[in-house]
Design a protein around this ligand. Structure first.
Ligand SMILES: *Cc1c(COP(=O)(O)O)cnc(C)c1O
Length: 340
């Protein structure tokens, strides 16, 4: 039994998902005749109460497409210092869109409306044009924290008043939704575009969708083709996405319960210095100087547990569809053994 806590991207399709994939009706999506891709896009758009959606190979691509459509070269994007678009997309915002980021120091990955307001450049020829705000919900690097609806609304109001576009990197938006009272429909009203990963906690093997109005999606389709993301019989993958949205949303709560249980025992371990609050399915903790991260990861690996370092003394565990209660118990007992 291998227990893979490196990421919620490691999930493999379930039997039900594979059946849905095998029986998908397919066509050529570049010609606009992929029935299953179209069905997924319609479903995602309707869920968020927006006009249209676009199926893409990755969440990096959906974010990068949105940034490209919302900005002009030389513009500035406002985001938190820990943002995926800034840290983990290979410098794509400058490479693809020729824009720069102004980084805001949020609270556990969450920026505030006041910070956004203070960061907008006045309209002078010599100042960078601020055109886009990007928030991440849940915030990965910050340990899976989530925004309240009010926080997101306040930023939306600042964006509207100041003519800024507002993009949600919702790679794990359903992890936030199941912990809150807001719905995808509430979010669709606030944002110009929303990116959702199907291949994280939702358990699809590949794929993300970006959601917006018709005009935005028409432009996004062109950019997707330029980025090399125009897929053909993508319906086999889209079928997995539809299955994931139908079957794997509510169960995210189970991942959160397991993550909280794991997080709860971490502080009792004599080699753990601190643990970030566990709000969803991500546990980020810091080892004290009794143990080197590479030695800790090796000890876990010797017990068939996979984890990744997350900078300096920090380690990240992520719970997901393929982590069972049995695996959780085994992990806890191994962690306690390392303790002694
Ligand atoms: C995973 C992730 C993405 C997209 O990643 P891909 O691996 O390209 O699908 C975007 N934003 C956040 C916050 C993520 O965690």
């Amino acid at each position: 039994m291998i227990i893979d806590l490196r990421s919620d991207t490691v999930t493999k399709p379930t039997k039900g998902m594979l059946d849905a994939m095998f029986s998908a009706e397919v066509g050529d999506d570049v010609f606009g005749e992929e029935p299953t891709v179209i069905a997924l896009e319609k479903k995602a758009a309707a869920l968020f109460g927006k006009e249209a959606a676009l199926f893409c190979p990755s969440g990096t691509m959906t974010n990068q497409i949105a940034i490209k459509v919302h900005t002009q070269p030389g513009d500035e994007v406002l985001c938190d210092t820990t943002a995926h678009i800034y840290n983990y997309e290979g410098g794509g915002i400058s490479f693809n869109s020729g824009v720069q980021a102004k980084l805001l120091q949020g609270e556990r990955g969450r920026i505030s409306a006041q910070q956004v307001l203070d960061a907008i450049n006045p309209n002078f020829d010599w100042l960078t044009h601020t055109s886009l705000v990007c928030i991440e919900n849940t915030a990965n690097r910050a340990g899976g924290s989530y925004y309240s609806l009010k926080q997101m609304e306040e930023i939306a109001n600042v964006c509207k008043k100041n003519n800024l576009k507002y993009h949600l990197d919702g790679a794990r938006i359903f992890n936030a939704i199941v912990e809150n009272t807001y719905t995808p429909g509430n979010l669709g009203k606030l944002f110009d575009s929303v990116s959702v990963c199907l291949s994280k906690g939702l358990g699809a093997p590949v794929g993300s969708v970006v959601i917006g109005d018709n005009q935005f999606i028409a432009k996004a389709r062109r950019v997707r083709k330029v980025f090399g993301g125009g897929m053909r019989q993508g319906g086999y993958l889209a079928a997995a996405g539809i299955y994931a949205l139908d079957n794997h949303v509510e169960r995210l709560k189970e991942d959160h319960k397991r993550a909280k249980e794991l997080g709860g025992i971490m502080l009792g371990l004599n080699y753990v210095d601190s643990v970030l609050p566990v709000d969803t399915n991500i546990i980020i903790f810091s080892l004290n100087d009794k143990i080197k991260p590479e030695d800790f990861i090796k000890k876990l690996a010797d017990n068939n547990i996979k984890a990744v370092g997350f900078g300096k003394q920090a380690i990240r565990f992520v719970t997901h569809l393929d982590v069972t209660d049995e695996m959780l118990e085994k992990t806890i007992s191994v962690l306690k053994k390392i303790n002694s």
